[in-house]
Design a binder for this molecule. Structure first.
Ligand SMILES: [Zn+2]
Length: 95
């Protein structure tokens, strides 16, 4: 299974969980400050699906700083995100 490194939080992850479901990476918040508030990092990546835009397929919430492939250098991002972007581009063309 392809492994990616998040360029924002430097975490590594596989785009597929052991049970075969898709893993959507979202950067964890930074350690809490003196007020106990956990700030979000700059360039936070969030691969969870955003809100629908009319009848168009929604994309991921935030690209953030992007990802670097670790195991499969030919992939620029998880394959399911590439497929999702193609679907969105196709729908936008048909509008
Ligand atoms: Zn991250």
């Amino acid at each position: 299974m392809p492994i990616f490194r998040c360029n924002a939080c430097k975490g590594t992850y596989s785009d597929t969980l052991r049970d075969g479901t898709v893993y959507m990476h979202a950067c964890p918040p930074l350690p809490p400050d003196e007020r106990g508030i956990e700030p979000e990092r700059e360039n936070k990546r969030d691969e969870t699906i955003g809100t629908a835009r009319g009848n168009l397929t929604p994309g991921i919430r935030s690209e953030g700083a992007g990802v670097t492939p670790v195991s499969h250098k030919q992939l620029s991002e998880p394959a399911w995100i590439t497929r999702l972007k193609k679907q969105i581009a196709k729908e936008e063309e048909e509008q």
